[in-house]
Design a protein around this ligand. Structure first.
Ligand SMILES: Cc1cc2nc3c(=O)[nH]c(=O)nc-3n(C[C@H](O)[C@H](O)[C@H](O)COP(=O)(O)OP(=O)(O)OC[C@H]3O[C@@H](n4cnc5c(N)ncnc54)[C@H](O)[C@@H]3O)c2cc1C
Length: 288
């Protein structure tokens, strides 16, 4: 047993990508006795890749397996609510959950992995498979050899592109508008009805959901938290999608656009549409 774990500890793994998947793979491999290095293309510390995340039981269980305390990950809720497009409550059921944030999970994983084995600003440009090993090549001309290479390099993965060049991401036909609202900005009546719940609103062909998350610096004190809102809406790939991804300077971004660059006109249109949907729902509820 001791012999096999000694042998296992000599095996080396290279992880390409130092975000959620990369860190989880790295920590699990280390725990299994591997010698692991993570290579992340981005030079600075990763941040701001999303807002709220539901801490699913799998994540909590994996953190426990890694010896990481999953408590204080975020805000605990007990109930889900369903609203119609006019905001009227049409359903409610028990569903205890912990709601956390991308930054929080990333920080917990990053802190659990040795700093000296996490290499920032190291982009992998490709790999070569040999009979007994794999060699990763970096953009700066450097190379590293190991028994295992894990491609955890995201949606536009260089590693997947090399293994499966015929695969490309497909647009699913909708965009997500995302927002974080400070708890203090809620009017008391809305706070009572909404804040402590995961709430879904389901207009035809769309989905809007919201739930409480920690405030800045993982602040979990009542009054200092935030409400995470995501509104999924259809957008034609060659029309509205391009329009939404184009900033005031005329640059069209891929996949997502940083919030400060979204054109005011696009925000105004989104707000107008939400009001129109609500008015329509009120009218049809009134005619029933
Ligand atoms: C704008 C946006 C908002 C999101 N909001 C949410 C949210 O609110 N809640 C939620 O649950 N999820 C959200 N997501 C999805 C979430 O980001 C992903 O589920 C999660 O980050 C996936 O983790 P990952 O490690 O697989 O990939 P990624 O987070 O994409 O990480 C891949 C990493 O690999 C690095 N990399 C890429 N190529 C190379 C290379 N060649 N060499 C070395 N490193 C490389 C990248 O720099 C990156 O750090 C959002 C995604 C986006 C784009």
């Amino acid at each position: 047993m001791a012999g096999s774990s000694e042998k296992a500890s000599k095996r080396r793994a290279l992880i390409v990508g130092g975000s959620m998947s990369g860190l989880l793979a790295a920590l699990l491999l280390r725990r299994a006795g591997w010698d692991v290095d993570v290579f992340e293309r981005v030079e600075s510390e990763l941040a701001g890749r999303g807002a709220g995340i539901v801490a699913q039981p799998d994540l909590i269980e994996t953190l426990r397996r890694l010896g990481i305390d999953p408590t204080a990950l975020g805000v605990e809720i007990t109930t889900r609510k369903i609203l119609d497009a006019s905001g009227r409550l049409v359903g409610q059921f028990d569903c205890p959950q912990v709601l956390t944030a991308w930054e929080r999970v990333y920080r917990v994983l990053r802190d659990a992995f040795p700093r000296e084995r996490y290499h920032r600003g190291r982009g992998v440009s490709g790999f070569v498979q040999t009979e007994n090993s794999v060699v990763a090549h970096f953009g700066d001309g450097d190379a590293a050899e190991a028994e295992l290479l894990v491609g955890a390099d995201g949606l536009r993965s260089t590693i997947r592109q090399q293994c499966l060049p015929e695969l490309a991401p497909l647009y699913v036909g909708y965009v997500a508008w995302r927002a974080l609202i400070p708890e203090a900005a809620f009017a008391p009546a809305i706070h009572r009805e909404l804040f402590n719940y995961m709430t879904f609103c389901l207009p035809p062909g769309e989905q809007c959901l919201g739930y409480p998350v920690a405030g800045p610096d993982n602040d979990l004190r009542p009054g200092h938290r935030r409400y995470n809102v995501v509104w999924y809406r259809p957008a034609d790939e060659n029309g509205e999608l391009q329009h939404l991804l184009t900033d005031a300077g005329g640059t069209t971004h891929t996949i997502s656009i940083p919030p400060p660059l979204i054109r005011r006109e696009a925000i105004a249109q989104m707000r107008a549409r939400s009001t129109i949907s609500k008015r329509r729902a009120w009218r049809s509820a009134g005619s029933r």
